[in-house]
Design a binder for this molecule. Structure first.
Ligand SMILES: Cc1cc2nc3c(=O)[nH]c(=O)nc-3n(C[C@H](O)[C@H](O)[C@H](O)COP(=O)(O)OP(=O)(O)OC[C@H]3O[C@@H](n4cnc5c(N)ncnc54)[C@H](O)[C@@H]3O)c2cc1C
Length: 332
């Protein structure tokens, strides 16, 4: 069995991993001390670009244009940056087992990584529909660049087609807008009385819903997708709604939320509110283990309680905060 040892390992290669790497270097990281292990095949990038510029019909952005840390106006960390700094970027590698007591990570290919300090930055995975027919081709979810790339190909192949967007959160709204920019006939379906209900008042939502309608997007509220029918070749044909309506679709995109990826640490780290419990420095219940970004449930002073935050700004700042923490910094 292949075994590797690093002083620091970041598990996950998304937004927070990239910002943590930059902060490590600022704090004087020694070459060879840090490894980043990521399931994705590309160096850390600014994930929000996937539902925006990456899908634009004209002037679309692509990698390497949006590697971290351009999203906050910083230096763009290209793959070469990691090798120049002596950071081992291990891509296309999924960690399937974590043993916190033994300080080891095991990958799908059975390689073992030992660490002294672990930074968990596994982010979230999308919630998938399990309704009848939900495995039809051309039903898309969006989390990683591979998903966005497949969606982009399908959008190009079905030009001026019909798109149904399931979900009235920010992903659904962004994808609805971008599909409309591609001249799709777009319908957005959501069960709430207005979109972005956790963020918008009825009045504010009314204003933005008006804007979507003005752009030609159809909004169907107060119901949900309950099933799908396919063509003989397996591609989606119809979306069935709970209220009995049926919508034709060449493409369906689903944005119904995400869940933090914490199952690898079950019964090994304390959890709270669906995330890994940390203190204000993003230290978990186990010494030498930190959790940053989407997976961390941390004390938020402003509200006086523990919160988990799925925002890019939090991913960046929690990463920097964790690396600055004295106990890590002193050991560099
Ligand atoms: C399409 C999209 C648009 C968004 N737009 C916005 C926006 O406009 N504004 C905003 O504030 N937020 C936005 N967000 C949310 C924001 O991107 C996330 O909050 C942020 O990326 C979280 O950073 P993270 O490092 O915790 O997780 P991620 O950036 O998701 O990174 C997690 C990484 O860990 C890897 N990983 C997971 N499990 C394993 C494993 N077992 N082994 C190896 N690797 C693993 C994943 O492959 C991924 O590379 C958006 C999210 C998406 C998906």
């Amino acid at each position: 069995m292949e075994t590797h040892s690093f002083k620091y390992v970041i598990l996950g290669g998304g937004v927070s991993a990239g910002y943590a790497a930059r902060e490590f270097v600022k704090q004087g990281l020694r070459p060879g001390d840090l490894a980043i292990i990521s399931k994705e095949s590309v160096a850390p990038y600014e994930r929000p670009a996937l539902s925006k510029g990456y899908l634009f019909p004209e002037g679309a952005v692509d990698l390497p244009g949006f590697h971290v840390c351009v999203g906050s106006g910083g230096e763009r960390l290209l793959p070469e940056w990691y090798s120049e700094k002596g950071i081992k970027l291990i891509l296309g590698t999924e960690v399937t087992k974590v043993n916190i007591a033994e300080k080891t990570l095991t990958t799908a290919a059975q390689a073992v990584f030992k660490y002294e300090t672990l930074i968990i930055a596994t982010g979230s995975s999308v919630i998938r529909l399990s309704n009848q027919g939900a495995n039809a081709k051309n039903i898309f979810y969006l989390r990683e660049i591979e998903d966005a790339s497949e969606l982009r190909k399908a959008v190009g192949a079905n030009k001026n087609g019909k798109a149904v967007v399931v979900g009235g959160g920010y992903i659904g709204l962004e994808l609805g807008a971008v599909l409309r920019m591609h001249n799709y006939d777009v319908t957005i379906v959501y069960p709430e009385p207005w979109f972005l209900p956790r963020l918008f008042t009825a009045e504010l939502a009314h204003f933005y819903e008006g804007h979507y309608k003005h752009k030609g997007v159809t909004l169907i509220k107060g119901t949900r997708a309950v099933g799908f029918e396919s063509h003989a070749d397996g591609t989606v044909k119809t979306v069935k709604l709970k209220d009995g309506r049926e919508l034709d679709a060449d493409i369906v995109v689903v944005g119904i939320g995400a869940r933090p990826l914490i199952s690898l640490f079950k019964d090994q780290l304390e959890e709270e509110k669906g995330g890994i419990k940390t203190d204000g420095f993003f230290k978990t219940s186990e010494p030498g283990v930190y959790a940053i970004g989407d997976v961390a449930t941390f004390p938020m002073k402003m509200y006086g309680d523990m919160r988990r935050v799925e925002h890019v700004d939090h991913a960046r700042k929690s990463a920097e905060q964790a690396v600055k923490v004295k106990s890590i910094k002193e050991n560099l």
